[in-house]
Ligand binder design. Structure first.
Ligand SMILES: NC(=O)c1ccc[n+]([C@@H]2O[C@H](COP(=O)([O-])OP(=O)(O)OC[C@H]3O[C@@H](n4cnc5c(N)ncnc54)[C@H](OP(=O)(O)O)[C@@H]3O)[C@@H](O)[C@H]2O)c1
Length: 325
């Protein structure tokens, strides 16, 4: 099989497409023939080995996960002796706890989040609609506890997490203000944003408006800067970890304006599987949709990483394994 491999941290050029034997599933694993997988800001950070504290997860000196890619949609090729719920031929969407989906085949444990794929969605749509929503949903539902009628500002509304957050927040009955570059205003309005702020022309932290929730999906702000944009009882949430936000989360816990972060990849696999099903249902009913910026064949991984590194993608970038995918 082909796999995109990196053996050192660095720019996209550290990647190469190598031939390797397909993995063999352990007793509790499924072997999946990958058809589509997203390439995300997390893959980009894992390849660069930055920021340095992230090396605890990605490997202290050299990459712990030579092949990246944390999700996939594909077809079950083989199953281990203890796997009961899936059989060869099943179409699935899966989250891989050890990366590895930027390859023709990947093995994932059956108790990682693996669920049946919707027949109504393509492989690319399946991973694209799940990727951002798997992070946005726990932030809005569990951390912010967003309620109908509340106001939310989503910063970075045109990215993977932001575009999912806009759709989910609108679905939850919130009044949504989306912050993105002016060129993405029509996109975020089409996703359900009631108001759009072009961050290149206006700083939302300087405006008079205040919100129940400020969700910084791309981590470009800070609690200190956003305090004035929060109503009393309001909640600031960011996706990007820092020492500051960890401290602020502790000391604002009982305060009038709270700050917080969540680590959605650390949630129990069973909860993540339940969310994958919920997101599938929302997509099947047309409540949320996939936003696919570009899709790249596996052989153009270097170019694809360069595009994601630039930080201006709209929704998801998808790696596809063949011309038909
Ligand atoms: N905590 C967690 O559990 C968790 C889980 C997954 C990911 N993350 C983190 O979440 C972050 C965001 O991920 P993502 O996949 O949504 O990113 P992304 O898709 O790469 O975001 C790109 C978007 O951000 C917008 N943007 C760039 N600079 C901006 C600014 N200053 N203000 C407003 N918007 C700006 C861009 O719009 P323009 O083109 O208009 O600039 C672009 O559309 C990453 O750092 C990732 O590591 C955290």
């Amino acid at each position: 099989m082909r796999a995109v491999v990196h053996r050192a941290f660095g720019p996209p050029e550290v990647l190469s497409v190598e031939q390797a034997p397909a993995p063999v599933p352990e007793a509790d694993e499924l072997l999946i023939r990958v058809h589509a997988a997203t390439l995300t800001a997390v893959d980009s950070a894992a390849r660069r080995g930055e920021p340095l504290p992230a090396r605890l997860a990605f490997g202290p000196l050299r990459p712990r996960y030579p092949t990246l890619g944390a999700d996939c949609a594909g077809r079950v090729e083989a199953v281990g002796a203890n796997v009961r719920d899936f059989a060869p031929g099943d179409e699935v969407v899966a989250l891989s706890p050890r990366f590895g989906t930027h390859a023709d085949y990947v093995c994932v444990p059956q108790d990682a989040a693996v669920v049946a794929k919707s027949a109504a969605l393509t492989y690319a749509e399946t991973v694209a609609v799940s990727e951002g929503a798997m992070t946005a949903l726990p932030f809005l539902r569990d951390a912010a506890r967003l309620r109908p009628g509340q106001s939310i500002l989503v910063n970075g509304a045109s990215g993977s997490i932001g575009s999912a957050a806009v759709q989910l927040a609108a679905h939850m009955g919130a009044e949504v203000t989306a912050v993105c570059g002016g060129g993405n205003a029509d996109l975020v309005r089409s996703l359900g944003a009631h108001r759009v702020i072009d961050y290149t022309a206006e700083d939302f932290t300087e405006a008079r408006e205040a919100y129940d929730v400020v969700f910084d999906a791309v981590g470009k702000s800070s609690f200190g800067r956003c305090r004035r944009a929060l109503r009393v009882g309001g909640h600031y949430l960011t996706t990007v970890p820092s020492l500051a936000i960890m401290g602020q989360m502790l000391w604002t816990g009982l305060g009038r304006r709270r700050a917080g972060i969540a680590f959605t990849g650390l949630r129990p696999p069973r909860d993540r599987a339940r969310d994958l099903v919920h997101i599938r249902e929302l997509a099947e009913s047309g409540t949320i949709r996939a936003v696919i910026d570009r899709s790249y064949p596996l052989d153009r991984a270097v170019e694809a990483h360069g595009y994601v590194d630039a930080g201006h993608k709209k929704g998801a970038v998808v790696m596809r394994m063949s011309e038909e995918d």
